[in-house]
Design a binder for this molecule. Structure first.
Ligand code: DAK
Length: 256
C-alpha cells in the first residue's frame, strides 16, 4: 500500500519506504510525517516484514529537514505540541519499532532529516551525502530528538560542535565518527542497505527486537527528550527564530 508522499515496496521480508517530495528535497511536512507514521504502524503489524529501508527520492536529498515554510508560523504552545506529536508519532516510534530500520541516506540529511536517520537503528550513506543539524542557523533547536540521539551516536563533543556551528559533515567524516555504518556510491546505496538487511535476516527477529528495547531503555532517560520539547517550543517566542526562518524563505542571510 502506498500514499502519494511515501512509496512502499515489500520484497523478501524487506520493506522499502521512499519519501517522494524531491522538488522540496523531501522536506518533512505534516502530511509526510502522517504518511510515514501510518506506514510504520502498519509495518509493525506485518509478519512478512522484518527490516525496513527508509530513503528519499532522487539523487540529491534524503530529507533536507522539517518543512521550514510550515513550521515558521507556529507559536510556543504549537511548537511544543508539534515537537511532542512528531516525536510520538514518528521519531520515537521508529526508534522503538518492532522491525529493524535502516536509513539509506542518499544526499542531504539535515535537521529533521538527520533526526529521522538517527531514529533508525542503522544508517548507510551515499558518498555525496551531507549531514547536519543546522537548526541554530534558523534560531531554533532540533525538536525531533536530535539533541539526544546525535550526542548518543557520535559523542557530546562532536555533537555539540555540529549543533553550535550548524555546519554539515560529509559522508567520509560521518563514517569515521560512527554516524553512518557504511558509505557506498549513489548507484550502490540500496544494494548496500539490502545486503545489510539480508544479513540481519539470518538472526532471530525476537532477539533483535529485544536488543533494540534494551539499548533504548538504557539511553532514553526521558528527561532529555522532554527538555528538548520544552526548549523547542520556547524558540517560537524568539525574534531570532522569526528572522532565521524568514531569511531562509526570502533566500537571504539571517541577521542575528
Ligand atoms: N523546507 C522547505 N523547503 C525546502 C527545505 C526545507 N527544509 N529545504 C529545501 N527546500 C526547498 C527550497 O526552498 C527549494 O524550493 P524552491 O525554491 O525550488 O521552491 C527547493 O527545496 C530546492 O532547494 P534549494 O534551491 O535551496 O537547493 P540547493 O541545492 O541550492 O540547496 C540545501 C540545498 C539543502 C543546502 C538548501 O535547500 C537548504 O539549506 N535547505 C534547508 C536546510 C535546513 O535548514 N533545513 C531545516 C533544518 S531545521 C519542528 C520540529 C523539528 C524541526 C522543525 C519544526 N516542529 C515540531 C514544529 C526541525 C527543524 C529543521 O529541520
Amino acid at each position: 500500500m502506498s500514499t502519494p508522499l511515501v512509496h512502499l515496496h515489500v520484497e523478501d521480508r524487506i520493506a522499502t519506504l521512499t519519501i517522494t517530495r524531491p522538488k522540496a528535497l523531501n522536506a518533512l511536512n505534516t502530511a509526510v510525517i502522517n504518511a510515514l507514521h501510518k506506514h510504520v504502524v502498519d509495518l509493525d503489524g506485518r509478519d512478512d516484514v522484518r527490516v525496513v529501508l527508509l530513503t528519499g527520492e532522487g539523487e540529491k536529498s534524503f530529507v533536507a529537514g522539517a518543512d521550514i515554510a510550515e513550521f515558521a508560523t507556529h507559536n510556543q504552545q504549537e511548537g511544543q505540541a508539534l515537537a511532542q506529536r512528531g516525536q510520538d508519532l514518528l521519531f520515537t516510534r521508529i526508534a522503538n519499532a518492532k522491525k529493524i530500520y535502516i536509513a539509506a541516506i542518499n544526499g542531504f540529511a539535515l535537521g529533521g532529516g538527520l533526526e529521522l536517520a538517527l531514529s533508525c537503528h542503522v544508517r548507510v550513506a551515499s558518498d555525496n551525502a551531507k549531514m547536519g543539524l543546522p537548526e541554530t542557523s534558523l534560531g531554533v533547536i532540533p525538536g525531533y530528538g536530535g539533541t539526544q540521539r546525535l550526542a548518543q551516536c557520535i559523542g557530546k563533543g562532536r555533537a555539540m560542535d555540529m549543533m553550535l556551528s550548524a555546519k554539515m559533515i560529509d559522508a567520509e567524516t560521518a563514517l569515521a565518527w560512527g554516524l553512518v555504518n557504511a558509505v557506498s556510491t549513489q548507484d550502490e546505496l540500496m544494494a548496500e542497505a539490502k545486503s545489510r538487511a539480508k544479513g540481519y535476516l539470518r538472526n532471530s527477529g525476537d532477539a533483535q527486537a529485544a536488543v533494540i528495547r534494551a539499548v533504548n531503555a538504557g539511553l532514553d532517560h526521558k528527561g532529555g527528550y522532554d527538555t528538548e520539547i520544552v526548549e523547542f517550543g520556547k524558540r517560537f517566542t524568539s525574534k531570532e527564530f522569526v528572522e532565521g526562518t524568514e531569511a531562509f524563505l526570502d533566500k537571504r542571510r539571517p541577521s542575528f
